[in-house]
Design a protein around this ligand. Structure first.
Ligand code: NAP
Length: 298
């Protein structure tokens, strides 16, 4: 049994922490809004009122918070992990953040005697609930081996991809692919609806061919039903497209499709849809086609 502090019990963190508790670990959870610790406590875990309290006796500290400033604050802020956990503690950051920030934080943590991995995940809320995440891990190989039993509890495809920051770089590529897929799926469905095609039938047959994808499987129905409860929020995908467009620019790599879908995601956000699931990019595509104003002819 390992004592695990889990910081950030939102859409992803809560089911992950519950899986770790159910796997026989002793999980102490902390979340900024304390009510989100409820599911972990129901599963037999403990709620802590602060990061410092959660990490004090931990062997492993897991983070699942939204963005780079959040991870920076949790690790290096007053009463944060580096100030409050025992040196030697293994830190696993599951959050999706900027690779350059990860590299900087990892160097700082190591200087203070901690072991640290970036371990961003893919697979969405369903992947977290079903313990079927893809986890892309950056950091030293020996730390990856030490973390493996914990990663295997929440992940199905767990791969060490290189040194610190590599996990975040791979995750940025993941978000580029997912956003492009969602944008094209939305365009295809708006197009099909314009022709009055049976869209449910169309999605079934498209799913069996080369157009099939995990995005189509998980997101087409949400678009057809206009049901955009998150899931993965537009605000978070906007953050991730910011990460990939700026990292690509720094590397001198051109990503024209990524740049376009980043603009579409920005538009969704500017239209007040940031808290909806990223499949709500469909609404942006519908608006561009003038089909959100009753322009449907079917
Ligand atoms: P979320 O539902 O917003 O959860 C994040 C949680 O972190 C919130 O409950 C938030 O508390 C808490 N938090 C923020 N700052 C904190 C702090 N300083 N101390 C303690 N708790 C803090 O977001 P999510 O969807 O789980 O996403 C988390 C991360 O996973 C993001 O980096 C995201 O990009 C990535 N991700 C998400 C998905 C997905 O499908 N949702 C898939 C793959 C990766 P409050 O309740 O107070 O806001």
């Amino acid at each position: 049994m390992t004592r695990i502090a889990f910081i950030g019990l939102g859409i992803m963190g809560s089911p992950m922490a519950v899986h770790l508790q159910n796997a026989g670990h002793d999980v102490v959870g902390h979340n900024r809004s304390p009510e989100k610790t409820a599911r972990l406590v129901e599963a037999g875990g403990t709620a802590a009122a602060s990061v410092a309290e959660a990490v004090a006796d931990a062997d492993v500290v897991a983070l699942m918070v939204p963005d780079s400033p959040d991870v920076t604050e949790v690790l290096t802020g007053e009463g944060g992990v580096l100030a409050s956990a025992r040196p030697g503690t293994l830190i696993i950051d599951f959050s999706t953040i900027r690779p350059d920030v990860t590299v900087e934080l990892a160097a700082r943590a190591r200087e203070q005697g901690f072991r640290i991995l970036d371990a961003p995940v893919s697979g969405g809320e369903a992947g977290a609930k079903n313990a079927a995440l893809s986890i892309m891990v950056g950091g030293p190989a020996e730390d990856f081996e030490a973390a493996r039993p914990i990663l295997d509890v929440v992940g199905r495809t767990v791969v060490h991809v290189g040194p610190a920051g590599s996990g975040q770089t791979v995750k940025a590529a993941n978000q580029l692919i997912v956003a492009g897929n969602i944008g094209l799926l939305a365009e295809a469905i708006v197009f099909l609806e314009a022709y009055g095609v049976d869209t449910a039938a169309a999605v079934t047959v498209l799913g069996g061919g080369l157009a099939g994808s995990a995005v189509l499987e998980q997101k087409a129905e949400k678009m057809l039903n206009r049901s955009f409860e998150p899931g993965f929020r537009i605000d978070l995908h906007h953050k991730d497209l910011g990460i990939v467009t700026s990292a690509a620019r720094e590397a001198g790599v051109t990503i024209p499709l990524g740049a376009t879908v980043a603009q579409l995601m920005q538009s969704a956000r500017s239209n007040g849809e940031g808290s909806l699931d990223h499949s709500a990019l469909f609404r942006t595509v519908e608006r561009l086609a003038g089909r959100d104003r009753g322009a449907r002819d079917d």
